[in-house]
Design a protein around this ligand. Structure first.
Ligand code: ZN
Length: 477
């Protein structure tokens, strides 16, 4: 076949495509019964394009086709000259390499204490495998599979160890045969299992080192909600440690901790909470050794703090934007430093969460309550005092779960010792919703402040927003 021959063939395809398109120019009036076998054949014939594409991509790479578009990379040529996406161009190059690069000679596995006979056995084994690989590659070049099936094969074979047996080309050839008579979904499952079995042949020691070598954890860029995706790869020992550490069953009975909010939560959500608690714990205990590294610096102006709205976001030293709700969760971490700025940008205040617990708690209470928590009271936070639900004198702690906003009047009237003879009730947390309200007597329910002023609070909006997730804002006390 010379170049002019190829030109004639492509022109024939061009004419054929034009003719077929005309046949279906009016699909409503086309005679389907006589046409469908023809178009079924067309699909089978066009499947072969994927193999041609791979061969062409490989040829382009061999001939440094990137130069044609002012690049050293063939992928740029494929993207510009063939108008392909980067993903498609890369896939064609990978397939070309698999089919036409000489099979890599795998290095023999490192073996300890092997004698001469064992060494010889391994050498012969490796040689035989290389021979099988060459034959399988030649066979694979002659096989057709639709681009979609080829993509599945590429993807699954990436998990194959270079030391696996059968090797890459043998499995590639088997997969192309399997693809001819099986659907895409079946192909994926079948090949995944073959890869697993082939990898099992690799010595455990070698595989463990491979896994260790591939270890990484990464965080994606924030999405439109400021959230990030976690991804990574861990060798079995790290994986075991992590999965044990994240095991929700280990946290049963941890009453009083933030992990108590587990009721009705999905497994994934539970793990997220445990991970956050682990990080908080780590940062709290290790910060002295990680000065400048383990701290999250939150920056805001006093004006922003005083006028904080639920959809505000504040920049942090880690580049993540935190909304008031995120700030509130973070506020319990003693390691996190934050800076309050005056309007001119001058730092008015710096400190850590621990030493400025009151300020953090005010932020949190502001976000959650906005007004006095007494039913139907609309006194704003500036008229309120931070009140201990269980009085400090009775062992109540200065922590979020034990605090609420009460205006001067309702604060003064609070029945701190919960005496049954008193006409006054006391601020209490509703065990069901986790919200703070007012309880008149010991057996009365907690009545919440649902006044219009309270409805405007960040907490009310957040509660509305999070209602479907069933996650209480606070751990019920
Ligand atoms: Zn009040």
């Amino acid at each position: 076949m010379n170049e002019s021959g190829a030109r004639v063939l492509v022109e024939q395809i061009d004419q054929a495509m034009t003719g077929l398109a005309q046949l279906l120019a009016e699909p409503a009036t086309a005679h389907f019964e006589s046409l469908h076998p023809i178009f079924e054949d067309l699909e089978r014939i066009l499947v072969r394009k994927a193999g041609i594409d791979a061969a062409f991509a490989w040829a382009a790479d061999m001939n440094q086709a990137g130069f044609k578009v002012g690049s050293s990379r063939t992928v740029d040529y494929l993207m510009q000259a063939l108008d392909l996406s980067r993903a498609e161009a890369m896939a064609r190059l990978r397939r070309g390499k698999a089919l036409f690069d000489p099979p890599a000679e795998p290095e023999p596995e490192p073996a300890v204490d092997e004698d001469a006979a064992e060494r010889e056995r391994r050498r012969v084994e490796a040689q035989e495998k290389a021979e099988r690989e060459r034959k399988a590659q030649a066979a694979a070049r002659g096989r057709d599979a639709a681009a979609e099936k080829r993509a599945v094969i590429d993807e699954e074979l990436r998990a194959l160890s270079p030391h696996a047996s059968p090797g890459y080309n043998e499995l590639l050839d088997q997969a192309l045969v399997y693809a001819q008579s099986n659907a895409v979904g079946l192909l994926r499952h079948w090949l995944r299992e073959q890869v697993r079995l082939a990898n099992r042949e690799v010595s455990r020691l070698h595989e463990a080192n491979r896994a260790f070598h591939r270890r990484y954890v990464s965080l994606s860029d924030p999405d439109e909600y400021g959230g990030v995706r976690l991804s990574g790869y861990l060798p079995s020992d790290m994986a075991a440690m992590l999965s044990e550490a994240l095991n929700p069953a280990r946290t049963t009975g941890m009453e009083g901790s933030e992990l108590q909010t587990f009721e009705g939560m999905s497994m994934g959500k539970k793990r997220a909470h445990i991970l956050a608690a682990m990080c908080r714990n780590f940062l709290n205990t290790k910060t002295p050794n990680l000065r400048g590294v383990g701290s999250i610096i939150v920056s805001m102006t006093m004006e922003e703090l005083e006028n904080m709205k639920v959809d505000d976001v504040f920049p942090t030293s880690t580049g993540h934007l935190l909304d008031p709700f995120a700030l509130m969760r973070l506020g319990e971490a003693r390691s996190d430093a934050f800076v309050i700025h005056a309007q001119d940008g001058q730092a008015l205040y710096t400190g850590t969460g621990k030493r400025t617990a009151n300020l953090w708690q005010r932020i949190a209470l502001f976000a959650s309550e906005l007004v006095c928590s007494h039913p139907d009271c609309d006194r704003p936070m500036s008229d309120c005092q931070v009140h201990h639900i269980v009085a400090a004198a009775n062992g109540g702690e200065t922590e979020l779960a034990n605090l609420t906003n009460l205006c001067w009047g309702h604060h003064r009237d609070n029945n701190d010792n919960r005496e049954p003879v008193s006409p006054f009730g006391w601020a209490d947390r509703d065990p069901g919703s986790g919200r703070v309200g007012h309880r008149k007597r010991r057996d009365d329910p907690v009545v919440m402040n649902d006044s219009p002023a309270a409805q405007r609070s960040g907490g009310a909006k957040i509660r509305k927003k999070y209602a479907e997730t069933q996650e209480p804002l606070f751990t019920p006390a």
